[in-house]
Design a protein around this ligand. Structure first.
Ligand code: S3P
Length: 453
């Protein structure tokens, strides 16, 4: 028998139901990308790093644990402020046990870069989702620098890495638009003599570059004649502990933002959201679709722009989202798909190949989930077209979250706007990036049934 608290679908089952207007002001947790980097750079800087607003999600806890296992002192104060006593560049100690990085691709790829140029051996694994994800995209360039890897077939985890004590500076042109690959090479370049250069054909998030400068590294970015950028890092800098103020994560804010746009009568305020131009593709797209999103009080913190967002319910129309925008909203296509299903007309999202290698195959999840909720969806290669229903989709579906936090949150939002409730089989993965999501949404007025808070 199925009840809201004991279901054949499992203890993490949640149901999103049609909701009344969402109203209030919400503190979205800290940016995941910036939180990982603050812990890593703090761990290899000399002196104390103080982090305000660190994301206390499962993925970031994995990075904190890994940095501790490699000798950094990482502690959370009762005031919620995190303090790190770093080890200095090139001084990581060998972890005594396997590094289990859970669900976190960012922890894995960036830490492999860091380890690659420290003369230590580490064994790395993760959950079933992470063990399916491709790691050759980082082990290939890191091998050229001098690190040694033994991986499972297909370059998958678990793997063993031995860092080199004689690293070679490389020039590496990114074969995929990936900030994680760029960052892995730059992190390896920190303890490499000479200049390590990454050539980026299309811009991806630049949090590593901004934070490397903040901690005292020398980094030059040059525009190349073919439109690419060359990012040149001078190796073996003296990194010094810093204060890092982490903005609210625009990729997490995306879920309550889209909910506020879609649920009639809503008005929600989001203070201090990160507005790095390489992260705001979803906001740009929603505004093109007709969403009422105002940005006030723009400011900047260590090179990271932030601002307050005021989001009101709006009627949306379909738009074309160019492939060139994909890196600036790579984590936001699932929730954009929910918005597209409610819009009038067609939304075409181009260039989604990278969605296939996220926490799950999100391209398939997008198509199957939206179709199950009554939307009309078609796929042509890496392009997806959603024909919206100019209002509330049918809903009434049961969605498998496949260890993917963003599938869980996206389809709960679908349930808040659809005519019939939407069930997700497991909301527990939400904690990887957005602890407190359910309570925050309920606080705005969202109807979510289920045992998780
Ligand atoms: C991230 C980069 C993106 C993104 C991930 C975080 C980062 O991954 O999907 O959530 O912090 O660098 P890719 O670089 O693989 O696109």
């Amino acid at each position: 028998m199925s009840t809201p608290t004991a279901s054949p679908l499992g203890p993490g089952r949640l149901v999103g139901r049609r909701s009344g207007p969402l109203t209030g002001t919400v503190a979205v947790p800290g940016d995941k990308s910036i939180s990982h980097r603050a812990l890593m750079f703090g761990g290899i800087a000399v002196g104390e790093t103080v982090i305000h607003g660190l994301l206390e999600g499962e993925d970031v806890h994995r990075t904190a644990a890994a940095m501790r296992a490699m000798g950094a002192e990482v502690a959370r104060g009762a005031d919620g402020v995190w303090r790190i006593a770093g080890r200095g560049v090139g001084a990581l100690v060998e972890p005594a046990d396997v590094l289990d990085l859970g669900n976190s691709g960012t922890s894995t790829r960036l830490l492999l870069g860091l380890i690659a140029t420290n003369p230590i051996t580490a064994f790395v694994t993760g959950d079933a989702s992470l063990r399916r994800r491709p790691m050759a995209r980082v082990t290939d360039p890191l091998t050229r620098i001098g690190a040694h890897f033994v991986t499972r077939s297909g370059g998958r985890l678990p793997l063993a890495v031995t860092g080199t004590d004689a690293p070679l500076p490389i020039e590496y042109r990114l074969p995929v638009a990936s900030a994680q690959v760029k960052s892995a090479v730059l992190l390896a370049g920190i303890n490499t003599p000479g200049t390590t250069t990454v050539i980026e054909p299309v811009p991806t998030r630049d949090h590593s570059e901004l934070m490397l400068r903040h901690f005292g590294a020398e980094l030059h970015v040059e525009a190349l004649p073919d439109g690419a950028s060359a990012i040149a890092l001078t190796g073996q800098p003296e990194l010094t502990g810093r204060v890092v103020n982490v903005p609210a994560d625009p990729s997490s804010a995306a879920f309550p933002i889209v909910a506020a746009v879609l649920v009639p009568g809503s008005r929600v305020v989001f203070p201090g959201v990160g507005l790095n131009p390489r992260r705001v593709g979803l906001i740009e797209t929603l505004v093109e679709m007709g969403a009422d999103i105002r940005i006030e009080n723009r400011r900047s913190e260590a090179g990271e722009p932030t601002g307050d967002l005021i989001v009101s319910a709006s009627e949306l129309r379909g738009v074309e989202v160019p492939a060139s925008r994909a890196p600036a909203m790579i984590d936001e296509y699932l929730i954009l798909g929910v918005a597209a299903a409610c819009a009038r007309g067609k939304t075409v999202m181009r260039g989604l190949s990278e969605l296939r290698v996220k926490e799950s195959d999100r391209l398939t999840a997008l198509v199957q989930g939206l179709t199950a909720c009554g939307a009309t969806v078609s796929v042509d290669g890496d392009d997806v077209t959603v024909t919206g229903c100019a209002g509330a989709p049918a809903g009434g579906a049961a969605i498998a979250t496949n260890l993917d936090h963003r599938i869980a949150m996206s389809f709960l939002v679908m349930g808040m706007v659809a005519r019939e409730p939407v069930t997700i089989d497991d909301g527990q993965p939400i904690d990887t990036s957005f602890p407190g999501f359910i309570a925050l949404m309920r606080g705005l007025g969202a109807a979510i049934d289920g045992p998780l808070a």
